[in-house]
Design a protein around this ligand. Sequence first.
Ligand SMILES: Nc1ncnc2c1ncn2[C@@H]1O[C@H](COP(=O)(O)OP(=O)(O)OP(=O)(O)O)[C@@H](O)[C@H]1O
Ligand SMILES: [Mg+2]
Length: 304
Amino acid sequence: MAIGNAVVLAAACAITALVFAPSGTDIALRELAIFGGSLVSMLAINLLLLRRALGPLRELTGFARRINPLEPGLRLQVAGGDSEATELADAFNDMLDRLEDERRASVGRALAAQEGERLRVAQELHDGVGQSLTGVVLQLGRVVRDVDDAARPRVVEAQETARESLEEIRRIARRLRPEALDDLGLASALLVLGERVAEHSELRVEVHVQPGLEFGADEELVIYRVAQEALTNVARHAGAKRAEVRLERARLEVDDDGSGLPANAHEGSGVLGMRERAVLVGGTLKLTRSPLGGARVTLELPTP
Ligand SMILES: Nc1ncnc2c1ncn2[C@@H]1O[C@H](COP(=O)(O)OP(=O)(O)OP(=O)(O)O)[C@@H](O)[C@H]1O
Ligand SMILES: [Mg+2]
């Protein structure tokens, strides 16, 4: 753009000089030099002015490329009083405010729908299949007493299988809906979560919750779901022996002593879900190296 502008200016000057020159041949060398000098200075000033005028646009382009919907809050700052550039920056920032509000609202709606669906499936598993299987276990218990000695081991085996399936269904329902969160509160729900993960993996899980913490219902659910996904990831990917969950006023940390995040780790729906949940409560999520040697997931919450 600056080059085009310079070419237009130079052409305009040359045409003006030719039109107003007294005759084609008697232009003095001195006049030509003055004309040339003026043209060069005009072009230089023009370039400087253009650079100043277009600088904010370049800043805006670089800034727009840095915007990450999962790390909201970044805003464009343009120095220079009440110029068009600051007006443009204000309009751009207002647009970001509106987009971030809308995104937070739509993520909130999507996650609320997901939680509602999980609750419904958990209840159906518990009240439907769970109740029927309980009936089967009880019935088989009665049958064991009536059958002869030859058939008894097979009935006992069937009863054991039904009991294991019932336990599995209860476990799935609990994972879908953390009832401890509703009944006992966040601290106990995290302790129960740690125990459950330890029970079903080779992991030793320590949970430390700072006493006296209070969160809103949305924040509690986000903290719980992030801790749940982070611990599931430790059990699935880290090859760790130990995991630590720490909850303080403005942060949740989940550490492990495993292999750490692979250099080319592809973020799947688990990490994306944690990031979206963090954005929902105005927080951020970071994956870093843990002092224990493996990975650290940090959920930073806004301070009240
Ligand atoms: N604690 C961890 N230690 C080592 N690698 C990890 C850890 N947590 C996550 N990762 C890596 O990050 C990747 C992305 O995790 P993410 O939870 O998004 O997906 P996933 O667990 O593979 O699948 P899902 O969508 O079912 O959760 C994993 O595949 C794994 O390579
Ligand atoms: Mg995962």
